[in-house]
Design a protein around this ligand. Sequence first.
Ligand code: ATP
Ligand code: MG
Length: 452
Amino acid sequence: MIRKLLQRVFKSKQHATHSTPGAKKFNKRSHGIDKRKISTAALKTTEGLHKARFDAFIVGGAVRDLMLGRTPKDFDIATNATPEQVRQVFRRSRIIGRRFRLVHVLFGNETIEVSTYRGSHLAEENGVQHDDAQVADSGRILRDNVFGTQEQDAERRDFAINALYYDPATEEVWDYHNGVADVKSKTLRIIGDAETRYREDPVRMLRAVRLSAKLGLKIDRATEAPIAKLADLLQDVPPSRLFEEMLKLFLSGHAMESAAALREHGLHHGVLPMLDVVLEQPMGERFVNLALQNTDDRIAQDKPVSPAFLFASLLWHEVLAAWQKYQAAGERPLPALNQAMYDVSDIQAEKLAIPKRFSIPMREIWMMQPRFEQRAGQRPYRLLENERYRAAYDFLLLRCESGEMPMELGEWWTDFADATMDKRKAMLQPDTEPRKRRRKRRSGAGAAPAET
Ligand code: ATP
Ligand code: MG
């Protein structure tokens, strides 16, 4: 009992030091956040921390979204408690991360991420340019591990609107970089010197473009200016991070706006090698735009979207070009497609680490395409039964709509899938394949060749 009391006194002493001279404080009337839009899990987390006499603020994207009247998809909490201290407050929690440790607090199926205020990112103290990959590779101890004050924590964040701290207890928003004003004027402004911040972490350029597209914000002039010049820095971003960012760009319901904004800022080179080449071919651009529109529509209707399908679409016209090249060189259609697929995935893999769980179905979607052209015998039935049929069929429809394949082919498959047994039989095309070859295939000799 006494120990607990002492601990509390000690804690509150230790942590009553957050100095906030730089923060402007906004009350409920001026920021307009509706507390009811905050998840109970997030509120329980801040309450728990407050009871233990720590700071606890909702921070980052959630505050920004709440102020914009949107419902946040997740809640991050910033605190002055160390990860160990947070861990002690919540029974169902675990410390994660090696470079910078934070705590996941679990409530049912919701996870709240709690991070300790991080120290200044400014490189002055040892003159080292901050780059995640470099630092990690050289094994140097990261300054990232340094805890700091709330003010320093705010300074490390990327944009002013992402550096707002909301305290559910007082319903105040604390603002160090005029983020509240930026939200009101719908401006995306980087904290500090834009070029320096992009050099520290080039992904911030993608985030600028993505957040402005998603939230309908105008990028401030000084924030936007260096992007074109620094676009090449994306080459040095580890592929796994690029991949994560790609998913956010294209699978959050604003793919069309995001792609347009990427192009406008010359960032599409950095994201997908050769995507610029694809987009310059009218058919390629049409195909990619249809695919992105399709993705946005599905998200708007709460239908699932798959990264495999997305990447299959984004890369298809590269595959197609290589496929045609190999066929022109005398290769048969299927081996040519196979070769083309692997060429394209190899080139992309250097830049963009598409995890196997997505790249395997992506290749299956591609590999099934020639089979849609076979409309005789048992083959259409077998295709329908394939577990990837639905995705491959949707993909075929995109090819038809983009003008690459005749519409009639897509319509045939739509009808065939829907038809009764008798109707299906009547729809089949005459089987012109010689008997002998058919028997050979059925006995399992090799993959079905495409007869085109
Ligand atoms: P989204 O709505 O896409 O989740 P977000 O701003 O919440 O947008 P997160 O990746 O969830 O993005 O990041 C949470 C917060 O972490 C951001 O609001 C920002 O304050 C900070 N942050 C994220 N990435 C960076 C970065 N590259 N540099 C500096 N701060 C960052
Ligand atoms: Mg977020």
